[in-house]
Design a protein around this ligand. Structure first.
Ligand SMILES: Cc1ncc(COP(=O)(O)O)c(C=O)c1O
Length: 381
């Protein structure tokens, strides 16, 4: 961050393809935000700390397209980022020592969001290379194993589209996991922060479509809207108890009224569907660019269909199949080529050699980063 790449002013700087941020949209979204940035006196004062009704109403209207059924603003809680929403859920659902099941590899932020302060234990549901396919039998096995150790399992977490795998779960799988959870009376947290970031023709099955008080859907503005700095997260839950508890706790994670006003204006803008279509076409362009370059450089990858990252397979570029060597490769790419990608170990991946690359960096960064990656990998081992 101290020495970032810039094609004109700092071509020798570091290229960051490691952080999952969407840089493709700001030029398109800025006019919407400027238009929505109105100053009204009500916003200068305290209001509902869990999200002002005008934003919760706009969010409910926006999300019900995905839900394909009416949603109520009463079931929505706004907090400062999806991370904050996840923490609210962990505090609400778990006592210290209770477990949340999570398929690996998973987004490393979950360790902090769900586990760090709540004291919940994150129990891994390990998935196998090279396709990392989830099935409900794996969830059941992890549940049985944790229960036999005397651990109380309170929830299972699914991320769709997935970070770092860049894929969506199909409808049948989501139903099977929800059915299992319902039988065991455990909760299902569905992190859908990348729900609008889909490649053409891809159907994302949202947990919002299922009416079940055990399902809690997490969304936010960080990825699909490229507004990670605004720090706004959304919870939708049809459990009165979960909504009541998270509303109370959100006191510590409130979003500024000014930000809420702008985002409500953005969601109410009649041009929003066009903006989202444009966002998808840019996503598709970048995805096309990244897979073309990866293929040119002989770098295998897990084909993606949703999200802003791609899971690449650098196992053939390791000297030995070890996490030490994965770290060595990561460090060499960083030091010698000045390109940053994220090593699989950080995602609790069980096999060394997998890395996550974010393809929604600015286009010039993406091109330079892929060039450097290709060069760095021809030099190793
Ligand atoms: C799956 C997932 N959930 C949550 C977050 C955190 O989102 P926010 O920046 O809104 O706290 C991220 C950010 O990378 C993410 O990838």
């Amino acid at each position: 961050m101290e020495d970032p790449y810039d094609a004109n002013t700092n071509p020798g700087g570091y290229v960051n393809l490691g952080t999952a941020e969407n840089h493709l949209l700001f030029d398109a979204i800025a006019p919407f935000l400027r238009e929505a940035a109105v100053i009204v006196e009500a916003d200068a004062h305290y209001n509902e700390l869990y999200g002002i009704s005008f934003l919760r109403e706009a969010v409910a209207d926006f999300l019900q397209i995905r839900a394909k059924r009416p949603l109520s603003p009463e079931h929505i809680v706004i907090a400062s980022g999806a991370s904050a929403v996840l923490e609210l859920l962990a505090f609400t659902l778990c006592d210290p020592g209770d477990a949340i099941l999570i398929p690996t590899p998973y987004y490393p932020g979950f360790d902090y969001d769900l586990g760090l302060r709540s004291g919940a234990e994150l129990v891994e549901v390990p998935l196998d290379s090279p396709d990392f396919r989830l099935d409900e039998a794996r969830v059941e096995a992890a549940f049985a194993d944790a229960t036999s150790r005397g651990t109380r399992v309170r929830a299972v977490l699914l991320t769709s589209p997935h970070n770092p795998l860049g894929q969506v779960y199909d409808e049948a799988l989501v139903h099977r996991v929800v059915d299992f959870a319902t039988r065991k009376e455990i909760h299902v947290i569905l992190d859908e922060i990348y729900a609008e970031s889909l490649l053409p023709g891809v159907e994302h099955f949202s947990g919002l479509r299922i009416k079940n008080p055990l399902i809690h859907v997490v969304y936010g503005f960080a990825k699909d809207f490229g507004l990670s700095g605004y720090k706004v997260g959304i919870l939708h839950s049809e459990s009165a108890q979960v909504v009541a508890a998270t509303q109370e706790l959100s006191y510590f994670h409130t979003v500024s009224t000014v930000t809420q006003r702008m985002l409500a204006g953005l969601l109410r803008d009649p041009q929003l569907p066009e903006l989202l279509r444009y966002a998808r076409s840019r996503l598709n362009d970048s995805y096309g660019r990244v897979i073309e370059k990866l293929s040119q450089h002989g770098i295998p990858y897990l084909p993606g269909n949703g999200g802003i990252v791609i899971w690449i397979d650098l196992r053939a570029f390791l000297r030995s199949s070890s996490f030490e060597d994965e770290q060595r490769l990561w460090q060499e790419l960083l030091d010698q080529e000045r390109v940053s990608i994220s090593p699989g170990q950080a995602f609790h991946c069980k096999e060394p050699g997998w890395f996550r690359l974010c393809f929604t960096a600015p286009i010039a960064h993406l091109d330079a980063g892929l060039e450097r990656l290709g060069r760095g990998l021809t030099r190793t081992p």
